[in-house]
Write a new protein. Structure first.
Length: 299
């Protein structure tokens, strides 16, 4: 029996937002304090996620009675409940526009950006834009130099870098033309609990991850969207992050197979106001395996 998260559990209501990449779904709730002047907390999922990526973190915050303020959790174009289908020409800026449009359509001018994996890269990209909405950034296991190198030079990375990412991308590229059928097959595998085995490299303790996390992983895996999002990173230059003027915190798991050893050093070299944290006993999903530590970073 799965305890699959429902947006209503967290008081989240849906709104569709237009962007160059198509319509995105933003799930949002107001701050519990009418006089709260903090920018909203904007949650950005990775290339194999949706708003539900953040359910464990939201549950942990509610359980600990931690006030996160206003919350916006995006289903980026091509994922979750968004109606858009990613196109080959979709760029990182197009997806970033969806985030900014969501924030502004709900009456906010700035945001506390929290991104996971590719969502972490997206948060940093947003913070570096001349029309930035970022008041702060928390990037969890962000896609950075290692991921970009794996996209640009997969054979080289297969030999000496992020092997798991290269193999995952290759497999999903094969499945992308039959996206709908592939997604149905993945959900079928999950009925027998097979996704826990396939997703094991992403977690430090895969057997401890709740069943609903694996259900969400199976539901959110979109071969076509993953492939096109990875392709959009070709030639991306993290040097643009030198323009970031807001505080930035980065947290990575000490057992994260999608973070290259040189990534933190590369980030420290280009991001001006960076605080870096390595979370012990943690894989690629800090918001699931170390929600307590992530909440401390948010505070």
């Amino acid at each position: 029996m799965s305890d699959r998260p429902d947006p209503a559990e967290f008081g989240l209501t849906p709104s569709l937002v237009d962007s160059p990449a198509g319509q995105a779904m933003v799930w949002h709730r107001p701050s519990p304090r009418p006089d709260d002047e903090r920018p909203p907390l904007v949650l950005l999922h990775g290339a194999a996620g949706s708003w539900s990526t953040w359910s464990a973190l939201l549950r942990a915050a509610d359980s600990a009675q931690i006030d996160l303020g206003a919350v916006l959790a995006l289903d980026a174009p091509g994922w979750g409940s968004s109606t858009a289908v990613l196109r080959r020409e979709t760029s990182i800026d197009d997806i970033a526009d969806a985030v900014q449009n969501a924030v502004r359509s709900l009456g906010f001018s700035s945001a506390r950006l929290v991104g996971h994996s590719m969502g972490g890269l997206l948060a940093l990209h947003l913070a570096a834009r001349t029309d930035s909405i970022a008041a702060s950034v928390l990037a969890l296991s962000p896609s950075s130099s290692g991921v970009i190198a794996a996209v640009d030079h997969p054979v080289r990375s297969l030999a000496g870098g992020l092997r798991e990412l290269v193999l995952l991308r290759a497999g999903l590229r094969v499945l992308a033309p039959i996206d709908r059928g592939a997604r149905s097959a993945v959900r079928g595998l999950q009925r027998f609990g097979a996704i826990r085995l396939l997703a094991a490299p992403l977690f430090r303790h895969p057997l401890r991850a709740p069943r609903w996390v694996m259900d969400a992983t199976a539901e959110d895996l979109r071969p076509r969207s993953f492939t096109l999002a990875a392709d959009a990173l070709r030639g991306y230059r993290i040097e643009r992050w030198k323009r970031i003027s807001c505080p930035v915190a980065v947290a990575v798991g000490d057992r994260d197979v999608f973070v290259a050893p040189e990534d933190l050093g590369g980030l420290e070299a280009v991001v001006p106001q960076l605080t870096a944290t390595v979370l012990t006993d943690c894989g690629h999903f800090p918001q699931v395996e170390r929600a307590d530590a992530v909440l401390r970073l948010l505070s």
